[in-house]
Write a protein that binds this ligand. Sequence first.
Ligand code: NAD
Ligand code: DAU
Length: 338
Amino acid sequence: MKLLVTGGCGFIGTNFIRLMLDKHKDWSIINLDKLTYAGNRLNLIDLEENESRYDFIQGDICDREMVMDLLADKTIDAVVNFAAESHVDRSINDPSPFVTTNIQGAQNLMECARQRKTDRFVHVSTDEVYGSLGDSGKFTETTPLAPNSPYSASKAGADLMARAYFETYKFPILVTRCSNNYGPYQFPEKLIPLMFMNAKSDKPLPVYGNGMNIRDWIYVDDHCLGVELTLIKGREGQAYNFGGDAEETNINVIKTLLSIVGKPESLVTYVKDRPGHDQRYAMDFSLAAEELGFAPTLSFEAGLKKTIEWYESNTTWLEQVQSGEYRTFMNTWYEERA
Ligand code: NAD
Ligand code: DAU
């Protein structure tokens, strides 16, 4: 199979490309990535240099002409769209790039793939499209979409467009909705790598609100497995939930991380809450279990240890991705919340 993967220089895309090329010796992948602040071409530089089944193209999923040209290559069997603006806090500061990439860009990709008659299209979405849960219950695929942040609203916009492309054109599209990922190559604006980085340099760990918000954590390889199963076995027009069966409060995540890296809990600093902060996410992934045979393979404790080991041995990667633009965003965000 020849895949066009978009956003492959980001966190999940990088892990997905590595896993798929390793697992499927008859697959080849073209990675189309704009290289925003979150995209790092060096993540996959070893493949670029040594793997004939991997190609990198720098480009924007919003670029109609370029994507049409790419998909004119009839050997591309499927598209997997990871490309997105992915950080909730950034979407609160400026929603515009989220609308551009996550809605217009996603629709552009769908339209090009439809016109080029691509066989299959997996659109990677998120549990955040469902909004927030109270103390009980889980999101199912039939939970109404009720996004609360500009990020999740933009993702929900693309999910609805995917639905419309299936209903209207019978376009062979599938949607995955996954909970919070963690693992190697995650950009250090997200909770786990940010807390790791701050803890290592004895800087305060900024916890939003009371730290009691709950996320359902999944190791990134397990999410990649879900996307792979959807691509291979999923029903066209269907959305599938994926989760890690690992609900944790943020403060628990941080305390566990501190104990693994051997740093004191006194580094925890409570700061002003994220506006519109979703209280709880939890995924019912029984549909993916029944139809695709999906089950997460790693417990949160095992996954977190593995992740921290990766960051411990890749401190140069952490330094590399902290460009000037990243520092400016983080400084302003935390100054406002101090
Ligand atoms: P990320 O921010 O780490 O990576 C996004 C990648 O997309 C980057 O390489 C960036 O350069 C690229 N990109 C951005 N705009 C682009 C454009 N216009 N054209 C081409 N490339 C562009 O994100 P991630 O955490 O790897 O998330 C990947 C996908 O998975 C996103 O769609 C996100 O919504 C979804 N998702 C993420 C999580 C999570 O916990 N991180 C959970 C569920 C779903
Ligand atoms: O649920 C899936 C989503 O998970 C993905 O769709 C998003 O792309 C991804 O960014 C992630 O969104 P969250 O907002 O849940 O992740 P984040 O790592 O930003 O925050 C996790 C929790 O930790 C959230 O409750 C906010 C809190 N937090 C986060 C940061 C960065 C803090 O308390 N302090 C922080 O500094």
